[in-house]
Design a protein around this ligand. Structure first.
Ligand code: ACO
Length: 429
């Protein structure tokens, strides 16, 4: 962090001036540190949705939303997407540096050998309704890991918990899917890579093996890399807030999964494909749909568009748009949904409503088209996002616990309810 200790901001209120330190990040982003403000002045700050509040200092991910920049630990997302693998990126996020060959080999081996689920734990899936959405199933299953594995209370156990979580997440996701379609689970295979193993567990049955297409496995690996971290978004802030009470890693990550499920966050990828399919089936025209999305009296939104931080093109969406074409060509699927998506984007980006509000495609706009092309069921899209985001959540949890500023998270509020009043007994109201 750059030294901005000389800088102060002044706040004058009610005839008094308060000097507030200004801190500066390594990319020049400045923040007014208001920690002492309440004690000195009685004032708190109000920022619904935390649109302009820094909750921590972090050395993991850098985003410049105006310029469309995303870097993990300083490395541009475009370079990681071109040259790296998901497990390499996971290591980078968790431990701060790219792994050596030996480190990556050991890490990959550890992950590979922890993919199986305890047979008693596996039965958990049998008690979930078949038509349950796989996101709450995944959240429940991850929380339940804390009933099988003891609290991670030293560095060794924390490392083992991290490995277990990364290793078991694809198995949990695939088992949730298998349960929903009434098939027995497929056990993991140790000679397969992270994404190939997941595809094998999703699609192989006791009657028929599944030959993993390396192009499909690579496309999935890329999707996971692009989702791996995104600094203090809704689910990551949830992970930090829940984790700040020192609850277990597994329970903490389960809360992140629940936050990610919502349609305004990770659930948008499922909503995008449903939107594209609806346009294809019913309305046919992208223009008609966009009219609805702009209408203030209509709750329709152009899903996969807009972002709290990106006010220009989301760099992940740019990578995925290019990848879409190659994947669809390779797997020989229909390009109709991609064509509708590109048409929507073209119209929206020349429409003053979207231009003035700086609404651009986000990561979810094209990810669903790829998931669909490689055969991932629509209700599993957000689970794919969960698999990708896992190393980011864990890295943020690890960083938070070592932070010298660490405190339990506890925001303030401006109370707007009734002033003190006397209780009225039942019968007299
Ligand atoms: N379609 C139509 N209008 C939109 C859209 C959209 N997708 N997104 C924002 N707007 C409009 C709002 O109506 C608002 O207009 P107004 O100023 O006239 O009232 C303006 O743009 C600002 O929108 P906010 O909702 O205030 O922006 P906020 O930063 O709070 O929300 C969000 C960001 C939730 C991503 C929003 O853009 C949205 O709902 N997008 C669609 C859902 C989506 O794609 N979510 C995935 C986000 S990426 C991720 O989580 C991985």
């Amino acid at each position: 962090m750059a030294d901005a200790s000389q800088d102060t901001a002044q706040l004058t209120y009610d005839g008094k001036t308060y000097n507030l330190p200004v801190v500066e990040g390594s990319e020049g982003e400045r923040a007014i540190d208001i920690r002492t403000l309440r004690a000195e002045s009685g004032l708190i700050t109000l920022d619904p949705g935390f649109g302009n509040s820094g909750s921590c200092r972090s050395a993991i991910t850098y985003i410049d939303g105006e310029k469309g920049i995303l870097r993990y630990r300083g490395y541009p997302i475009e370079e990681l997407a071109s040259h790296s693998t998901f497990l390499e990126v996971a290591w980078l996020l968790l431990y701060g540096e790219l792994p050596s060959e030996a480190e990556l080999a050991t890490f990959t081996d550890e992950i590979t050998r922890h993919t199986m689920l305890h047979e008693d734990y596996r039965r958990l899936f049998d008690f979930m309704p078949k038509n349950a959405h796989p996101m709450p199933v995944a959240a429940a299953a991850v929380a339940a890991l804390s009933t099988f594995y003891r609290e991670a209370d030293n560095e060794d156990r924390i490392h083992r918990a991290v490995v277990r979580l990364l290793a078991k997440m694809p198995t949990i996701a695939a088992y949730a899917y298998k349960h929903s379609i009434g098939q027995p689970p497929t056990y993991p295979k140790n000679d397969l890579g992270y994404c190939s193993n997941f595809l094998h567990m999703m699609y192989a049955t006791p009657c028929e093996p599944y030959a993993v297409d390396p192009v499909v496995a690579k496309a999935l690996d890329l999707l996971l890399i692009l989702h791996a971290d995104h600094e203090q978004n809704c689910s990551t802030s949830t992970v930090r807030l829940v984790g700040s009470s020192l609850s277990s890693l597994f329970a903490t990550i389960a809360s992140g999964i629940s936050a990610l499920w919502g349609p305004l966050h990770g659930g948008a990828n499922q909503k995008v494909i449903e939107m594209l399919e609806r346009i294809a089936d019913e309305e046919g025209s992208a223009d008609v749909f966009l009219k609805k999305a702009k209408d203030k009296d209509d709750t329709t939104r152009l899903m996969g568009f807009g972002h709290r931080v990106y006010k220009s093109y989301d760099p992940r969406a740019a990578i995925l748009k290019e990848t879409c074409k190659g994947v669809i060509e390779r797997v020989g699927g229909s390009s109709q949904l991609l064509e509708i998506a590109m048409r929507l984007e073209e119209i929206a980006l020349s429409d003053s409503y979207f231009v003035e509000r700086k609404l651009y495609p986000n990561v979810d706009f094209y990810s669903g088209v790829i998931y669909k092309a490689i055969g991932i069921p629509v209700n599993m899209f957000t689970v794919m996002f969960t698999m990708g985001r896992l190393p980011g959540w864990i890295a943020q949890w690890l960083e938070m616990r070592k932070d010298s500023d660490f405190r339990i998270g506890r925001p303030r509020q401006v109370y707007t309810g009734s002033a003190k009043r006397a209780y009225v007994p039942l019968g007299k109201r």
